[in-house]
Design a protein around this ligand. Structure first.
Ligand SMILES: NC(=O)c1ccc[n+]([C@@H]2O[C@H](COP(=O)([O-])OP(=O)(O)OC[C@H]3O[C@@H](n4cnc5c(N)ncnc54)[C@H](O)[C@@H]3O)[C@@H](O)[C@H]2O)c1
Length: 395
């Protein structure tokens, strides 16, 4: 039996001292079924070519994403890109994504989807027209434990959702990191490159996505405070929203970059009418369940069976996901790898002219990305109106 063709991936962003292109390229190569073959690594054309020639394995370097995408129609079909990964600062997500979509090339784009809501809406329209697979890189949905948490809450095993606290707490911007030559901080505090909210857009959107993914609930309206707790910043480094959910329950969706000692502390707690679920990304293999009058339960990835007195029958797809045995730790790269693996399935179906899901159950889609921008837009408006209750546009 011949193996299926390895998917060809093009990176947009990743040169210089880039951060997140590197987890992506590791996650792309996780299964041996996808590989990075080309890249437009920087906005400066000469530097883009130079960095590609120094990449740690051979890739075709392009001077710009325009050149890389335009080149596709000129090269043999088997060598063409099967999808592109957009891993540039936020202001450079929209244009390459739109260009790839219009060329019929699937896109795996970083979050927040775009600089503003209007751009996000345009991408939703473009994806609907071109019918291409589109993923937004909400990494934490790729933890097996996030998927178990989603199954538990959405099966009603902890009862009706009454309250959610979804928080993404970091401390790396507690000082003037942006004045210490850290490029990741420099563009994040610049409204032209990051959008109308720094902390909310950068990590508040992850907290929002975790809430929506685990509970299946939407935000109906919110009251927000965007604060700059380090003097001299234009944009928020501390972001708090009090939200009403689509089932009438309430939630906090919050984020901070000034909480010294917190590293990458994303967590969600869901209080239901029968029990509580707790998940923390810094302990990404475990889901905790607290039930009245019972010892706490901890479900570890790889060691979970259904019908145990609390869990119901677990879906085959959840049990069958390729994982390491229990105790052989999975972490951040595995989560991102799982998203690329699931996206690959949809890209292969697209390439074969078959229907594909792209329904948000395995990775965030373009509509999830739009909701992230609608959330930020509402939070910015609410905060400017002294925390007034504000509805999300388009809901
Ligand atoms: N999903 C996650 O968990 C996660 C984690 C970290 C960062 N991110 C996101 O990834 C994106 C990149 O963040 P980062 O921290 O890696 O930033 P970075 O500054 O480290 O890297 C940005 C890269 O984009 C390149 N670039 C800029 N403009 C370009 C253009 N027009 N064409 C080609 N390349 C261009 C830069 O040269 C650099 O290589 C951001 O949107 C960020 O929000 C997501």
């Amino acid at each position: 039996m011949s193996s299926p063709k390895t998917l060809n991936i093009g990176l947009i962003g990743g040169g210089g001292g880039a951060f997140f292109a590197h987890p992506h390229q590791k996650a792309i190569h996780f299964d041996g079924t996808r590989r990075v073959v080309a890249a437009a690594l920087r906005s400066n054309p000469e530097a883009a070519i130079e960095d590609a020639s120094n990449w740690t394995y051979p890739i075709i370097g392009y001077a710009s994403y325009d050149e890389m995408i335009d080149a596709q129609k000129e090269i043999p079909e088997t060598e063409r890109l099967d999808y592109v990964v957009v891993v540039t600062p936020n202001h450079a997500h929209f244009a390459p994504s739109l260009k790839a979509i219009e060329a019929g090339i699937p896109v795996f784009c970083e979050k927040p989807l775009t600089l503003n809501l209007a751009e996000a809406e345009q991408l939703v329209t473009a994806v609907a027209k071109a019918k291409v697979p589109f993923a937004v890189a909400h990494t934490y949905l790729g933890h097996w434990s996030s998927r178990l948490a989603r199954h538990i809450v959405q099966s009603g095993l902890i009862g009706d959702v009454r309250w959610v606290d979804s928080a993404y707490i970091q401390g790396w911007l507690a000082g003037k990191t942006e004045e210490a030559g850290v490029q990741q901080a420099e563009w994040r505090v610049d409204p032209k490159k990051t959008g109308a909210s720094n902390c909310g857009g950068d990590i508040g959107t992850h907290a929002l996505m975790q809430l929506r993914y685990v509970t299946g609930l939407e935000i109906s309206k919110l009251s927000a405070r965007l604060e700059s707790l380090v003097a001299g910043r234009v944009l928020d480094d501390h972001f708090t929203t009090y939200c009403e959910l689509s089932n009438g329950a309430k939630a906090l969706v919050r984020a901070s970059q000034i909480a010294i000692g917190h590293k990458n502390d994303l967590s969600i707690e869901v209080n239901g009418s029968l029990g509580t679920l707790i998940w923390r990304q810094e302990e990404p293999e475990a889901v905790r369940i607290l039930l009245p009058g019972q010892p706490d339960r901890v479900y570890w990835r790889g060691d979970v069976v259904g019908n145990d007195g609390f869990l119901n029958e677990l879906p085959e797809a959840l049990l069958a996901e390729p994982t390491l045995p229990s105790g052989h730790g999975e972490a951040f790269h595995d989560a991102l790898g799982r998203l690329h693996r699931d996206f690959e399935t949809d890209v292969r179906a697209y390439n074969a002219g078959q229907t594909f899901d792209c329904d948000g159950s395995k990775y965030a889609n373009v509509e999830d990305g739009r909701i992230g921008l609608a959330f930020i837009d509402a939070a910015v408006r609410s905060s400017a109106a002294d925390g007034a209750w504000t509805e999300l546009a388009g809901e």
